[in-house]
Design a protein around this ligand. Structure first.
Ligand code: FES
Length: 162
């Protein structure tokens, strides 16, 4: 999907902040993902045109970062760490529970490497918001709170663009 007229205006303002237009690739990717929930091929082509690079360069940049989703994902992206500290404190059980519980279009559960929250292991993020010290039941209750609107999800890429 292309940028909405409002986001196209924002995108042009972001590009104008940088001496080199291509420096805006990542902020524009966040903007596009926050708009659509994922980075479509059309969005990457539009980012390429705005930053005056080839579409392959946008794809190459965005494919490096796992936070950018190149296929549609749910409204909630739940990232569960199973790296060493979380591995020994229950991360795999949290992941298995959530993956089994949420097999729908609204919640996308993924396994990720260390979230740099080892002190609060096991840890997960929901739309890049941290939640720590989890049990499988607590993790499910947190996701349910987002689904009920009691916790408010930011954009899929964490609302980094302002
Ligand atoms: S190992 Fe899970 S947050 Fe570091």
């Amino acid at each position: 999907m292309m940028f909405t007229p409002e986001n196209l205006e924002r995108a042009r303002a972001i590009v104008a902040r940088y001496p080199r237009a291509k420096s805006a690739i990542l902020p524009l990717a966040h903007l596009a993902q926050d708009q659509d929930g994922w980075l479509s091929p059309e969005a990457m082509r539009e980012i390429a045109a705005l930053t005056r690079v080839e579409p392959a360069e946008v794809l190459g940049t965005c494919s490096f970062y796992t936070m950018f989703k190149r296929d549609p994902v749910g409204r909630l992206v739940v990232s569960v760490c199973t790296n060493v500290t979380c591995l020994v404190t229950g991360g795999p059980e949290v992941l298995e529970h959530l993956a089994r519980r949420y097999d729908d279009d609204d919640v996308y559960v993924e396994e990720v490497e260390c979230l740099a929250a080892c002190g609060g292991a096991p840890a997960m993020q929901v739309n890049y918001e941290f939640h720590e010290g989890l049990t499988p039941e607590m993790a499910e209750e947190i996701v349910e709170a987002y689904k009920r609107g009691e916790l408010i999800p930011r954009g899929v890429s964490g609302g980094r663009v302002s």
